[in-house]
Design a protein around this ligand. Structure first.
Ligand code: NAD
Length: 290
């Protein structure tokens, strides 16, 4: 396949390189001038899209996605497929899908989980929204860049799955961290707390697979001085997207709203920027109720 790849950042560059390594002809463009192994750099998004069977975007937000889509859709051959792997607002994903359809293209919103390690190792999980025909085109590429792809429904369903998952993740990480901080103050040893909770009804991915307490449970960013991992500012972004979506459809999400508030405070006022999102634990242990 001839693939155009727009957005060769921390995630996009290794994803594009994996497609090239698998034998696809990949042309890439990034405004920052970044490149990827095996990918031919071109000077614009439109040039990456020209003659492409598939165009993949991996961009920071919905506004940038909309601008890039407006540039690449007219340059793509009729019947080609646009796959957006960025995490963006559901509304932008649906707007771009509608534009793609009007232009005679297939479109899939396919945000990922798995982070930079998953992108490099080709072990991402894709959650996809779009028509079955569009998903069928994208699936072999998902198989190269990832280990699992779930077709979640029509346009926007991939983004909906992503923000719902990360809303749960943000809230459970905070709950796990505040419980460790309470346990500390009650004199309960952290390893005992882990032994009990990880096999009791309080267990979760945050506790069992990504424990925020250093030296407890499996290896996690806590064991590496909270170097991300999944940065707190990316969690803040995703919690913002989930609240934006909740407001748009009048969904009552008080835990998600509180998680957004706490991560905003942590990132903007409490030095959390650049740290893993599990660094909420020292944030809680360093303070009292006030
Ligand atoms: P990044 O900032 O490293 O990469 C984004 C790239 O897009 C940058 O290189 C930037 O120069 C480029 N870009 C911006 N505007 C552009 C334009 N108009 N045309 C072409 N290129 C443009 O971010 P990232 O970590 O690679 O994340 C990309 C997306 O994946 C985001 O939506 C993020 O939320 C999502 N995501 C990231 C992770 C992670 O762990 N990093 C995990 C899951 C999902």
């Amino acid at each position: 396949m001839k693939i155009g790849f727009v957005g060769l950042g921390n995630m996009g560059a290794p994803m594009a390189a994996n497609l090239a390594k698998a034998g696809h002809r990949v042309t890439g463009f990034d405004v920052a001038g970044t490149t990827a192994e095996g990918v031919q750099s071109v000077p614009s998004a439109a040039e990456a899209a020209a003659g492409a069977d598939v165009v993949i975007t991996m961009l920071p937000n919905g506004d940038i996605l909309r601008a890039v889509a407006a540039e690449v859709l007219p340059a793509m051959p009729k019947g080609a497929t646009l796959i957006d792997c960025s995490t963006v607002d559901v509304e932008s994903a649906r707007a771009v899908a509608a534009q793609a359809q009007d232009a005679g293209m297939l479109c899939v919103d396919a945000p990922v989980s798995g982070g930079i390690g998953g992108a490099a190792g080709g072990t991402l999980t894709f959650m996809a929204g779009g028509s079955p025909a569009a998903f069928d085109v994208a699936r072999p590429l998902f198989d190269i860049m990832g280990q699992k792809a779930v077709h979640c429904g029509e346009a926007g369903a991939g983004q909906a799955a992503k923000i719902c998952n990360n809303m749960i993740l943000g809230a459970t990480m905070i709950a796990t961290c505040e419980a460790f901080a309470l346990a500390d103050k009650l004199g309960l040893a952290r390893d005992k707390m882990f032994d009990v909770v990880s096999t009791s009804s309080g267990y979760s991915w945050s506790m069992n697979a990504y424990c925020p307490a250093p030296g407890i449970g499996p290896q996690s960013p806590a064991d590496n001085d909270y170097t991300p991992g999944f940065a707190a500012e990316l969690m803040l972004k995703d919690l913002g997207l989930s609240q934006q979506a909740a407001e748009a459809v009048d969904a009552d999400t008080p835990m998600g709203a509180r998680a957004l508030e706490l991560y905003r405070q942590f990132v903007e006022d409490e030095g959390g920027k650049g740290k893993d999102f599990s660094a909420m634990l020292p944030r809680f242990t360093d303070r009292g109720r006030g």
